[in-house]
Design a protein around this ligand. Structure first.
Ligand code: GAL
Length: 694
């Protein structure tokens, strides 16, 4: 465990027997299945209302609340003068109604005394303008003062509440994201980051940045600036390092906070943060000192979703992908903010479809989460988030439509708790379908910088594989390198552009030991600094895939090319490659037209006990990708589901959960012996079916 040593040290200091240090999994007893909570901002309401509100929260079944997220000004009204009395009273009231408390570090809202005495903490934009006090997230993670003052405040919070049994955990900051800052502190830290990376050797940096190109050669680190706007063609390698630096700034600020808190918190309290799942930003999941990660999720805000009702139900893949990305990081995850109703910031803030809020709750639960919290309990009467619905409406007492759906879900979880059997296993036909999708944001950065085709979209490419897997009813882990690939019968590395020898060795070992590896377009073209190798394109992976690269091609947006597999044609537009198979490599699909008709584009080979499949075409419908995956599953006689778009299913803790994001009823093919606990076999739009595994 990451924090075992630290925990043991504290256990001694606090005179807790050393065996009492908790395993991280014990934060959330399995029998509880999931906890549901709601954000509450005592500082927004007259104190005379707190008790009424918290009592109502508890009566609706919520089990935890969440305080002090944006309250630095109330916690430290003047530099060094802390006021915790209000928070003590709010925590006492929560405890009175058996609500556990999650505390927040409030760093997203530095108070005015700090921004006025140290205006240099305010983020400077690329165009030289500086943000001012009055909103939130206005300070730079690279600012020395900001970090220093934040840590002082966090230490005081830790001292006050780190041993408070009523407090179960901590959320650091609010949606910490990559915020590029152009201040001097940021520049100095960027230079230090590069000095560390290149061992103070400017010639090593020049080489990595390809600085010989267009006369960019640097004589010292002091000459380096941020990649500022250019007339034409920013240095892609410099951009890569700068993005690495920016992600590191966000991740390291959380780590620094966690280190400070942990000096004072007892091992029962967990530490997390609430991330917007912007996977490609590169910081989410990269803070090493958190106990687990949580994400925030809004579903109806102007996104069309699918079909007629999609704008009220949301994109069916939005929650499961976030689940499958977040869970593998630490094995535990939760959702810290889940939309309770209409929001106010979307492009079109439609009413969620009746049942949609509950559908999202079940969608989060289906992925194996331990907690879900909603933003927020009461709809605010002032500030920038007026018209953002809460669990309780503007009168302060009436539950909103979404509030009632939360209440319903909480009651349904109570029913599941009664049916929970600790000995239950996941069905084998489900676990046999398990797939790992190998991901790194760095590949996204590299390919998005040089798309080669303006319709190239790395995330969409990955989603084509992901959607096919969810249609098959496959459990998926989205993983970074470093995880044990052997946990996955099938491992897909879509568009894995940047590689090195150790990754290729890991892939090769995985396959030789029986894994089925799938690589797709653009894979293996570049090294980790986004340089091409001095070799034929994709030569690095040729021995592994058993094929060489011949060409890549695009057709205009209004035309299609076709490839053919087993007599079936698949249209493509965005990307297709021609391959040269080596030795006994099988050709699964070839080009059906263009001047290179007949050229292979999907190849397959055996290697040791496993196989490697290379998919050199991205089809418009994703059908080729799905059909290739079906062929791979067929090797192990794995049965697959075939859900229509919008329907998906997962198992956890002895329960099956199926959800319907489509606009049509779906008669779910329930497994034999399944006992329905919630819903009916015919799942309505925004409906949910939950059954107990036999
Ligand atoms: C989130 C944010 C919350 C709140 C919410 C409104 O992105 O973390 O603090 O602003 O949006 O929907």
């Amino acid at each position: 465990m990451k924090h075992k040593l630290l925990m043991m040290a504290f256990a001694c200091v606090l005179l807790i027997p050393s065996g009492a240090a908790k395993d991280r999994k014990e934060y959330f007893p399995k029998k509880d299945l999931t906890l549901v909570g709601a954000y509450y901002y005592p500082e927004h309401w007259d104190e005379s209302q707190w008790e009424r509100d918290l009592k109502k929260m508890a009566e609706m079944g919520f089990e935890f609340t969440h305080f002090a997220e944006f309250a630095w000004a109330q916690l430290e009204p003047e530099q060094g003068r802390y006021e915790f009395g209000w928070l003590d009273r709010a925590i006492a009231l929560a405890a009175k109604y058996n609500l556990k408390v999650v505390l927040c570090t409030s760093t997203a809202t530095p108070p005015v005394w700090l921004t006025r005495s140290h205006p240099e903490i305010l983020i400077k934009n690329e165009n030289g303008t500086t943000v001012d006090h009055g909103a939130r997230q206005h300070a730079s993670f690279s600012s020395t003062f900001y970090r220093e003052y934040s840590m002082k405040m966090i230490a005081e919070l830790g001292k006050r509440y780190g041993n408070d049994k009523r407090v179960i955990g901590w959320q650091l900051d609010n949606e910490p994201g990559v915020r590029q800052d152009y201040n001097t502190d940021a520049l100095n830290r960027f230079r230090s980051f590069l000095k560390r990376k290149y061992n103070n050797d400017i010639s090593a940096l020049n080489k990595a940045w390809g600085a010989a190109f267009w006369s960019q050669v640097y004589a010292s680190f002091e000459q380096i600036t941020f990649p500022l706007p250019a007339n034409w063609g920013q240095n892609p390698h410099q951009l890569l390092d700068w993005k690495r630096f920016s992600a590191y700034e966000a991740a390291s600020f959380m780590d620094e906070q966690a280190d400070v808190l942990r000096k004072y918190t007892n091992p029962d309290q967990w530490i997390t943060s609430n991330y917007i799942p912007n996977y490609a930003d590169g910081h989410f999941g990269q803070s090493k000192k958190l106990d687990f990660n949580t994400y925030t999720r809004y579903m109806v805000y102007g996104d069309p979703g699918i079909e007629e009702l999609g704008f009220r139900i949301g994109d069916p893949m939005r929650i499961p992908f976030a689940n499958d990305f977040t869970r593998p990081i630490d094995g535990i995850y939760g959702v810290m903010e889940l939309q309770p109703g209409q929001v106010n910031w979307g492009t079109r803030n439609s009413l969620p479809y009746p049942g949609a809020v509950r559908l999202w709750l079940w969608s989060v639960f289906a992925g194996g989460s331990d907690l879900t919290c909603t933003y927020r309990f009461r709809q605010p009467l002032f500030g920038d988030e007026q018209f953002h619905q809460g669990i309780i409406s503007t009168d302060g007492v009436t539950p909103s439509r979404g509030g009632l759906e939360f209440e319903k879900f909480i009651n349904e979880i109570a029913l599941l708790r009664k049916n929970y059997d600790p000995g239950s296993a996941l069905p084998a036909d489900y676990t046999n379908r398990k797939v790992g999708i190998l991901y790194t944001h760095e590949n996204v950065w590299s390919m998005e910088k040089r798309k080669l085709n303006n319709t190239w979209d790395t995330e969409r490419h990955i989603q084509k594989y992901y959607k096919a897997l969810k249609r098959f009813g496959a459990p998926v882990d989205v993983i970074y390198e470093g995880k044990d690939f052997s946990n996955y019968p099938v491992l897909i590395a879509p568009a894995y552009e940047m590689v090195d020898d150790s990754l290729i060795t890991a892939w090769t070992d995985y396959v030789k030991n029986g894994g089925h590896l799938v690589l797709s377009v653009r894979s293996g073209w570049k090294d980790r600094m986004s340089h091409l190798f001095e070799a034929p394109i994709a030569d690095k992976i040729a021995p592994l895939i058993g094929a060489g690269y011949d060409f890549h091609d695009f057709v205009p947006a209004n035309q299609s090319g076709n490839v053919e597999m087993n007599g079936k044609k698949y249209a493509w537009n965005n990307w297709s490659e021609g391959l040269i198979p080596l030795n006994e490599t099988e050709v699964w699909a070839t080009h059906a037209d263009q001047f290179y008709k007949g050229t292979p584009t999907v190849t397959h080979r055996k290697l040791g006990k496993g196989t490697v499949t290379y998919i050199g075409t991205e089809t418009e419908s994703g059908e080729l990708e799905a059909d290739v995956l079906k062929r791979i599953y067929a090797f192990s006689n794995t049965s697959l589901m075939d859900f229509p778009e919008g329907v998906w299913m997962e198992y956890r803790d002895g329960f099956g959960i199926a959800v319907n994001y489509s606009s049509k009823n779906y008669p779910f093919p329930l497994p034999a012996g399944a006992k329905i606990l919630i819903g009916t076999k015919e799942i309505e739009p925004a409906g949910v079916l939950v059954w107990k595994v036999k």
